[in-house]
Design a protein around this ligand. Structure first.
Ligand SMILES: NC(=O)c1ccc[n+]([C@@H]2O[C@H](COP(=O)([O-])OP(=O)(O)OC[C@H]3O[C@@H](n4cnc5c(N)ncnc54)[C@H](O)[C@@H]3O)[C@@H](O)[C@H]2O)c1
Length: 254
């Protein structure tokens, strides 16, 4: 029996990368999963899985997701993972470009977690609120100008800390996960932008970066982040709340 046996989970940004790996792992651990994404991947099918094509900036899509979770019998775990990247110099940014990132990465996360938390309070069985932040929210990134992204991810970590205090009395824990370089489409497309700016091959920029800036000298894979989410979602993490877990191959240890 898996460590999430019979738990009901909502995962956003589930169609790709970290979210997709998290859905796969949660299912293997026995959870029932509602998986939401703008672009859904129908190739993953399971009697314990419901896909929702939806957007975390649309409240009605989040309401549909929570309704499906309730049909599964509860709301035990929510992983607010949907996010968008943005590489842009601060002086070139604008209200519109920043709002695009903040709307998905911060307000979308807040609305997702609020919808889930309301259901958790209603069911009265506690719960696990989780969100994907980034090490970009913990330090400036010399290799990638991304102030709005960094601000959104820093805010997500503050959000989870504040939520742990506010919702602790309901037995709800709240934690953030801050990945470093994880091999996903988002990371690859950011690398393409940076390499083009530097006039260098993406593979060379990647190799130099991993050699100089990541002690483990490799990228992480989505399944490794899914493993951390699984631990935090499980009863093993019952006394863990209000904190951020880096998963970065040691990048911030330097
Ligand atoms: N890959 C990395 O190196 C890395 C590092 C730090 C943090 N992160 C964070 O991890 C999370 C997952 O990213 P990933 O690397 O797996 O990227 P990804 O591009 O592979 O997956 C992101 C998914 O989110 C979905 N999404 C985006 N906006 C959405 C919206 N408004 N509503 C619903 N779904 C939406 C996309 O369709 C996509 O399927 C993001 O929050 C990202 O900021 C990634």
């Amino acid at each position: 029996m898996g460590i999430l046996h019979d738990k009901v989970a909502l995962v956003t940004g589930a169609g790709n990368g970290i979210g997709y790996a998290t859905v796969e792992r949660f299912l293997r651990e026995g959870a029932k999963v509602v998986a939401l994404d703008r672009v859904i991947d129908q190739s993953l099918q399971d009697p314990q899985l419901r896909w929702i094509q939806g957007d975390v900036t649309k409240d009605e899509d989040l309401a549909r997701a929570v309704e499906l979770a309730k049909q599964f019998g509860g709301m035990d775990i929510c992983v607010a993972n949907a996010g968008v990247g943005q590489i842009e110099e601060f002086v070139a940014g604008s209200r519109a470009s920043w709002m695009r990132v903040i709307d998905v990465n911060l307000i979308g996360v807040m609305m997702t977690l609020q919808a889930a938390a309301r259901a958790m309070v209603e069911f009265g069985k506690g719960g696990r609120l989780l969100a994907t932040a980034s090490i970009a929210g913990l330090r400036g990134e010399a290799h990638a100008p991304s102030t709005a992204y960094a601000a959104s991810k820093g805010a997500v970590m503050a959000l989870m800390r504040a939520l742990s205090v506010e919702l602790g009395e309901y037995g709800i824990t709240a934690n953030a996960v801050a990945p470093g370089q994880i091999d996903t489409e988002m990371n690859a497309s950011d690398l393409e932008v940076m390499s083009a700016r530097l006039g260098r091959k993406a593979s060379d920029v990647r190799a130099d970066f991993l050699k100089n800036a990541v002690p483990l000298r490799r990228m992480g894979i989505p399944a490794e982040v899914a493993g951390l989410f699984t631990y935090l979602a499980s009863s093993e993490a019952s006394f863990v709340t209000g904190t951020t877990f880096r998963i970065d191959g040691g990048e911030l240890a330097i």
